[in-house]
Design a binder for this molecule. Structure first.
Ligand code: NDP
Length: 384
């Protein structure tokens, strides 16, 4: 029996992870489950899985959590430091599935324990970049990529040498607005932007998928996880989301990973790593799928991948600024306060305006940069 903590247990990745745990109860003991404020759902999960502790990041939700846990004997805690302490509890595997840079501090706490982290929370790695990868090396921690593309690349790299890689190709579905023209994109509503054709995900990543910023963040994520050089990482639009990514080697062989558009597949690969486990997925039916198609990304209509590539090339503070500006912009779009096309425009302005600060050297400096950028972008919106 192995122990597991799930940060962001009430979200989409959290639910997919717990679904797999539910099917294999005898293999796992749950240590910590966390949420932001969804106390009822968190308490129900903590009871179902017999967690040691349930934590809400938002301390104001702790009374509700305590109430919902009643006399279950499960510890309840709330607030930023409680979240960090829960992430630092010893566990064989920590699933990092909080959305946004809010997940960075708990991920770093898990890394500092030298544990194995199944990382879904790409924003944390994009913001902290080298600071995080250096901490992973220093503490001899292990990062297993949950993101379906990076999990695919990880699988395609197995048994090969990174120096033999000619190119890594990230596939992108193109999102629900892939075929829309500029005028339609300008008028896209939050409901239209989150209606992803292939994947069922949380609201923030669904919008990122529609703007293609998700692929931009993944480009930076891939750069940190698989250091082949930025010019060896490509993006191709593949609307069917059957091929999750590919690795091409210098001998001309390209290895691809295929599977259903269901996060339980890459999550299962992390849970069982380096072995394999059963999932409830139907076998891949290629004749039923028929045709797989590929397109070059259109960076005129969807500039986010260009912005992310430029931020990665600039390095230093740029990726953290890109991520923080995007988080603010997506929240404003979901709240109906800005247009869909304003998201990338705002990120571009955040990167252009003001002198970018020097590269953050420590985890505390990454958090400061994230906070300062959020404040700067919020001020830009208020002045507009
Ligand atoms: P969801 O929005 O569905 O869930 C987010 C989780 O994080 C919830 O448990 C939520 O708690 C918690 N949370 C939200 N804000 C905070 C905060 N400020 N502090 C602490 N916890 C917080 O997100 P997803 O599951 O879709 O995505 C999670 C991460 O995984 C993201 O980084 C995303 O990019 C990545 N990812 C997701 C995929 C997917 O298929 N969904 C695929 C690949 C990567 P509460 O319920 O209380 O709000």
């Amino acid at each position: 029996m192995r122990t597991i903590s799930i940060l962001g247990a009430t979200g989409s990745v959290g639910a997919s992870t717990l679904d797999l745990i539910r099917r294999n109860r005898e293999d796992w003991r749950v240590v910590a489950l966390t949420a932001n404020c969804n106390a009822q759902e968190l308490a129900a999960l903590a009871r179902e899985f017999g967690a040691e502790i349930a934590v809400v990041a938002d301390e104001s939700c702790l009374p509700e959590l305590r109430d919902a846990l009643g006399d279950s004997g499960i510890d309840a805690a709330g607030g930023a430091s409680a979240l960090i302490e829960a992430a630092a509890r010893p566990a064989d595997l920590t699933v990092a599935a909080i959305v946004g840079c809010a997940g960075l501090a708990p991920v770093m706490a898990a890394i500092e324990q030298g544990g194995t982290i199944a990382l879904a929370n790409k924003e944390a790695l994009v913001s902290a970049g080298d600071v995080m990868t250096a901490a992973v090396a220093r503490h001899r921690a292990t990062l297993l990529p949950v993101d379906s593309e990076h999990n695919a690349i990880f699988q395609c790299l197995a048994g090969n040498r990174i120096e033999d890689v000619r190119r890594i190709t990230l596939t992108a579905s193109g999102g629900p607005l892939r075929t829309w023209d500029a005028a339609q994109l300008r008028a896209a509503t939050p409901a239209q932007a989150v209606a992803h054709p292939n994947w069922d995900m949380g609201a923030k990543i669904s919008v990122d998928s529609a703007t293609m910023m998700n692929k931009g963040l993944e480009f930076i994520e891939a750069h940190h996880l698989f250091p082949v050089g930025l010019d060896r990482i490509a993006i191709v639009v593949h609307p069917q989301s059957v091929i999750h990514s590919m690795v091409e080697y210098r001998d001309g062989s390209t290895l691809a990973q295929l599977g259903p558009s269901d996060m339980r597949v890459p999550i299962a690969s992390c849970l069982a790593y380096p072995a394999r486990m059963e999932t409830p997925m139907a076998p891949l039916d290629l004749p039923a799928l028929g045709t797989l198609t590929f397109e070059a990304p259109d960076e005129a209509r969807f500039p986010a991948t260009r912005l992310a590539r430029e931020a990665a090339q600039a390095g230093g503070a740029a990726p953290a600024v890109l991520n923080a500006a995007n988080e603010i912009a997506v929240a404003r779009f979901l709240a109906g306060q800005i247009a869909f096309t304003d998201i990338a425009a705002l990120v571009a302005r955040a990167l252009e305006e003001g002198n970018l600060p020097p590269a953050p050297q420590t985890f505390a400096e990454v958090l400061d940069l994230d906070r300062a950028t959020r404040a700067r972008v919020t001020a830009m919106l208020e002045l507009a």
